[in-house]
Write a protein that binds this ligand. Structure first.
Ligand SMILES: *[C@@H]1O[C@H](CO)[C@@H](O)[C@H](O)[C@H]1NC(C)=O
Length: 385
């Protein structure tokens, strides 16, 4: 899949430079001028030094020693960005998912394909809009930042890989509202709306697979929790048959985090311990304890997911064994898999948080070891119907 630096990258860079001169009227992505200046200074002055040091020391690093130099740089860049910039600074630089999506489509010479579902909920289609088989994708980014463009690259390539396996499917990205514009359970309400909408267009539940990474996988867990234990105030989901599958990449199962890997993998992962804790505090603000199991699967009781197989046929969870969330993901995955023979956890040796995506940022010649497993698993799910 080696491809050159596409026009996407250029569109993305120009989007970045436009943002420098814009200021948005609402709270979203509107840091103070001092915050803007420090963000620029740390990216231009501090980051290059950190990257050079990381590259020089990488042969002696337990995880980096096994990566390509491009991955060493890209992973550290992400680590730096998330460590040194606060949510408002990141939002200011990255924009929202609509901007990322439209720029990404423009880079491919395509017009956006958007369904407006009301309540500020939209579906952005990657590839053709379809009603036969659909992946409903919840993007990650801590509920704070938009979908990065290389996540879209991964999913676009996934559709091609499904075709190679004899499956045609469409993929809709849920554009949900970010924090601080709205908090839990707004995103869950939007996810439910998206599923209802797909079903109303004729997609059968057995032809739907839900996917999500990090906070998006957290949203998928919220969704599954809601299917099993309907949350007051959110419309109930009525299914004529179980949903075919749910794939969770590096799910953000613990926002108040305590796992040992949170500390031990700080220097190995692409998002560090402190950053995860700060994001968690921001997202959890104001959420009553009684609702924690929905947004923090680790806080759910052991039998919470025991009937999952009645509503979701197959579940795949993947995690990197060099990621901060590793230990907590393993606990939640074990609970889910114990009562669901169609559920499995796959660990990625020396994988970081959301590892499969980063190969698409650096256009690696070879994808990571779990990536073909994800593609096979999604294809097998669609082939069952
Ligand atoms: C997409 O979601 C973002 C984040 O909340 C929001 O700011 C934006 O208005 C939404 N855009 C569209 C076109 O739905």
């Amino acid at each position: 899949m080696r491809r050159g630096w596409s026009s996407n990258h250029l569109v993305f860079i120009s989007l970045f430079s436009c943002k420098m001169s814009l200021s948005s009227p609402n709270q979203f992505g509107n840091p103070s001028w001092a915050e803007r200046a420090t963000a620029i200074a740390s990216l231009l002055l501090h980051m290059p030094l950190v990257l050079i040091w990381t590259l020089l020391t990488s042969p002696f690093h337990p995880v980096n020693a096994y990566k390509s130099w491009k991955r060493v740089l890209a992973d550290k860049l992400f680590h730096f960005f998330t460590k040194h910039l606060n949510a408002a600074q990141m939002q200011w630089i990255l924009g929202d998912t609509y901007q990322v999506y439209t720029a990404w489509m423009k880079g491919k010479g395509l017009s956006p394909v958007i369904d407006d579902l009301g309540e500020n909920t939209r579906l952005f289609w990657i590839g053709k809009r379809r009603t036969d088989r659909v992946i409903l994708y919840f993007h990650g980014g801590a509920f704070l930042i938009p979908m990065p463009f290389f996540f879209a690259d991964f999913w676009e390539h996934t559709l091609t890989q499904l075709q190679h396996r004899g499956v045609d499917a469409g993929l809709a990205v849920l554009n949900y509202t970010l924090v601080p514009s709205a908090a839990f359970p707004t995103q869950l309400r939007q996810a439910v709306r998206a599923l209802d909408y797909l079903i109303s267009t004729g997609v059968r539940p057995e032809n739907i697979q839900i996917t999500g990474d990090s906070a998006g996988a957290n949203l998928a867990l919220q969704f599954m929790s809601h299917l099993l234990h309907p949350l007051n105030g959110i419309p109930k989901i009525r299914l004529s048959s179980p949903i075919r599958g749910a794939y969770l990449m590096s799910p953000w199962v613990s926002l108040s985090g305590e796992g040992g890997s949170l500390v031990s993998e700080n220097d190995n992962d692409v998002v560090g311990t402190k950053c995860l804790a700060a994001w968690g505090r921001q997202v959890l603000a104001g959420i009553p304890d009684s609702q924690r199991p929905y947004i923090e699967a680790i806080k759910a009781s052991k039998p919470w997911f025991s009937n999952l197989k009645t509503v979701v046929d197959r579940v795949l969870i993947t995690a990197g064994d060099a990621e901060c969330l590793r230990d907590e993901i393993v606990i939640v995955a074990d609970r889910i898999c114990r009562d669901h023979e169609g559920a499995q956890l796959v660990m990625h040796k020396r994988g970081v948080h959301d590892d499969p995506y980063f190969d698409f940022l650096t256009r690696e010649a070879k994808v990571g070891e779990i990536t073909p497993i994800i593609w096979d698993w999604l294809a097998a799910g669609f082939k069952q119907s």
